[in-house]
Design a protein around this ligand. Structure first.
Ligand SMILES: C=C1C[C@]23C[C@@]1(O)CC[C@H]2[C@@]12CCC[C@@](C)(C(=O)O1)[C@H]2[C@@H]3C(=O)O
Ligand SMILES: O=C(O)CCC(=O)C(=O)O
Ligand SMILES: [Fe+2]
Length: 409
């Protein structure tokens, strides 16, 4: 088993065999997971019901504005991506993650690489390890990337690439529509939207990344006859036909974070696990996003909070694991082009003052790294400030007023 110090040096290159685990080792046991209550975010949950936006609704823009200001996230329906396509994507991802570790490791992310199989990027900043596997991909480079896993480019490769390309085409069209809906939700008029697009080419230059998550303990490496074990937590004898996390209460699928880009469209399997953080009153809490068939979850990221001058908020979220059922999610991230400076849009700032200085996505990632190093990864225990706080402009000084960028005031 890797030691925490080894994991810190290069977490992407060391894998603990979750499948063989009979208990959650210290390397994977997180503190403070139960500090805040978890509440249901399903319909009927009153003010904790996760907002739902139907893109076909003529009042969709108002619903987007409300959800983006108050939650930084919403469930999206009426988006036009066929449900059967989502099911094929999920089945394809499940098949890919079910491959032997040796196949997946050929695509392992190296050090600071943006793409590859392994733990997500933020794993670098924590001494504990997440109870999941991930794979970050550029949708415009799918085939060469996936050849690492399937060098013979056989049937499974062609099928997976085919379904992912079909999905990507749909998602890109949806992302463009959603960006326009966000701009309408901000209150921009038709000519203002055309002006923003002409000046900044916001939609046209948006960059995309797909990140696949597998929240699972696979026992497939064990011969079928040995897939019977006694659960160390409940001490019941169970037949492990399905993967099981020995103690989901100590493990964490995805460490709480805000996404850094503009927004993410998240496809999740019919197993809940995504938690959105909400501040009190009445109390700080985690809201569990219900698994709604066919719906996508939209999460606002930090650079969108900057672009909208703080009007639309990025959402702090995490993913938990459960004892019985594997869970798959796919996050499709949209962000600015790597060289575009993002600052508050002048159409949003109006006669006011920009709340943030302009910076590029790579520059923001460097600020976030610094914030994480100072304890700013946790909303609750901020010592040195979150990354967003670090790039905010103090209203009392002139700092950043002339920090104009490609996408800014
Ligand atoms: C485009 C990106 C966003 C992301 C970093 C990345 O370069 C590729 C993976 C993305 C992801 C997925 C899991 C959570 C997250 C915080 C992480 O560690 O890797 C996000 C990153 C992000 O939003 O900053
Ligand atoms: O699995 C989930 O529901 C969340 C995943 C996530 O936050 C991410 O990939 O950025
Ligand atoms: Fe996320």
């Amino acid at each position: 088993m890797p030691t925490p110090s080894k994991l810190n040096k290069d977490p992407h290159n060391h894998y603990f065999d979750l499948g063989a685990a009979r208990q959650v080792p210290e390397t994977h046991a997180w503190e403070g997971l139960h500090e805040h209550p978890v509440v249901d975010g399903g319909v009927g949950a009153g003010e904790d019901a996760v907002p739902v936006v139907d893109m076909q609704d003529p009042h969709a823009a108002e619903a987007v504005a409300r959800a983006s200001e108050q939650w930084g996230a919403f469930l999206l329906q009426g988006h036009g991506v066929p449900r059967e396509l989502l099911a094929r994507v999920e089945a394809g991802i499940a098949g890919m993650f079910a491959l032997p570790k040796t196949d997946k490791m050929r695509a392992a992310r190296q050090g600071g690489d943006p793409y590859g199989y392994g733990l997500p990027h933020i794993a670098l900043y924590f001494s504990k390890t997440m109870w999941s596997e991930g794979y970050s991909l550029s949708p415009t480079n799918l085939r060469p990337e996936l050849r690492k896993i399937w060098p013979d480019a056989g049937h499974d490769y062609s099928q997976f690439c085919g379904v992912m390309e079909e999905f990507h085409k749909e998602m890109r069209a949806l992302a463009d529509k959603l960006m326009e809906l966000f701009l309408v939700a901000l209150g921009l008029t038709g000519p203002q939207i055309a002006g923003v697009e002409a000046e900044h080419k916001l939609t046209e230059t948006m960059s995309e990344t797909i990140h696949l998550n597998w929240y699972v303990v696979q026992m497939a490496t064990l011969p079928a006859a040995t897939r019977v074990s006694t659960c160390l937590t409940c001490t019941l004898l169970h037949a492990c036909r399905y993967p099981k996390c020995p103690d989901p209460k100590r493990a964490l699928g995805m460490k709480a974070h805000t996404d850094s880009g503009f927004f993410a469209l998240l496809m999740q399997s019919q197993v809940p696990g995504l938690h959105l953080f909400r501040h009190g009153p009445p109390a700080d809490r985690w809201v569990e996003v219900p698994a709604v068939p066919g719906a996508l979850v939209v999460n606002i990221g930090d650079l969108f909070q900057i672009l909208t001058n703080g009007r639309f908020r990025s959402v702090y979220h995490r993913a938990v694991v459960n004892r019985d059922r594997e869970r798959i999610s796919l996050a499709y991230f949209l962000g600015p082009a790597a060289n575009a400076k993002v600052g508050p849009l002048k159409e949003v700032v109006g006669g006011g003052r920009p709340a943030y200085r302009a910076l590029t996505w790579p520059e923001y990632i460097i600020v976030r790294k610094e914030a994480f190093a100072n304890g700013g990864a946790d909303l609750e225990f901020t010592k040195g400030g979150t990354a967003l706080e670090m790039v905010s402009i103090n209203p009392d000084d002139d700092d950043g007023m002339d920090d104009q960028g490609d996408i800014s005031s």
